[in-house]
Design a binder for this molecule. Sequence first.
Ligand SMILES: [Zn+2]
Length: 410
Amino acid sequence: MTVPAALHPFLESRLPAALDWLRRMVEINSWTDHRDGVNCVGQLTAEAFADLGFTAERVPSTNPAWGDHLVLTRPGTGPQSVAMVSHLDTVFPPEEEARNNFHWQPEGDRIYGPGTHDIKGGTVMMWLVLEALRELAPAEFAATTWKLCFNSSEECFSPDFGEVVRQRCNLATLAALVFEAEGREQGVRQLVAARKGRAAWRVTARGRGAHAGGRHAHGANAIVQLAQTVQRLAALTDYAQELTCNVARISGGSGLNRVPHEAVAEGEFRTFAPETYARARAAVLALNGPGAVRSADDGYACEVTAEILTESRPWPRNAGTDRLLACWQTAATALGQRVASEHRGGLSDGNLLWDALPTMDGLGPWGENDHCSERSPDGTKLPEYVEVSSIVPKAALNVVGILTLLRGGG
Ligand SMILES: [Zn+2]
């Protein structure tokens, strides 16, 4: 793979325009629940890619409180297609941005601001990469069908977006490239090759209420029952299997003179291996049924209900992902860069796609402190930022990686 000599100068020449699109995207609050803001970012994103020949399709979310997903398509003259994936939303409510004075703020090599790192910086990376492909590899650019898919509600584990992407891809789709930020390990870029799956659960203990003074023995204490049940959930954690079960929230009871009749706990578990995931899921659901806590009077047993609320399946390391990694390794060698791969605990849209399309993630620029908006005067707390100087080298890597993929290399 030879690197076009004009690649770096071209990317540098388009960086100011890329940063201008980024600024405009960051200046719009697009917290997942801020539906209009998400749709505005969708509109601006469609505008950004219109000059590259993309047409927009808006797909309403199944949850009417959220904005529209956006699919941008540029049909190619050949059979191959490539999907690129990003999202429109961020985790920051407008009040929080105002309270913490968190907005577009360049400072040296960093630009602070909501979404600079997660993931508007990734969206702009897509734009820069496609600009370079059109300029420097016009034949491949024209032959390929490009599908750019933007989730309106990734930060809330959108249940429907995976299907939106899968329906618009086919066997000729070579890859789903996800533009979440890259990782770094001792200065080496980390592409994401696997992510944990996650299931959110709720357990409810229902007992029998009673007067705590007069009829205590008649009661079946739901809190005591739930306290036993959450121990069993916490015990599912198995670090050797990379399985964590987090008991995150608990409530129950009211007056101190009442034996409580109901208590509820919620949490989540995460793991990489589909078998481990299935085992944990079964263990949670096995908690359903009568509990051990009973009324002393007549043996009335508390009842435990265990439910899975939402789930995103694991994205395990797999052959399709490994083939994409090989293309990016080839690209890195050609460019004199170093890349490695990592397995991440956090979810992305990659979890929804890997079993339908070869999937790789971490293609965005480098930055830090995603999901953070606070800044302390002593600098021990800093908000989300993107590192500007990471953008061009990463764009170069992505351009050469994509060309390697399109030319059947790896
Ligand atoms: Zn993200």
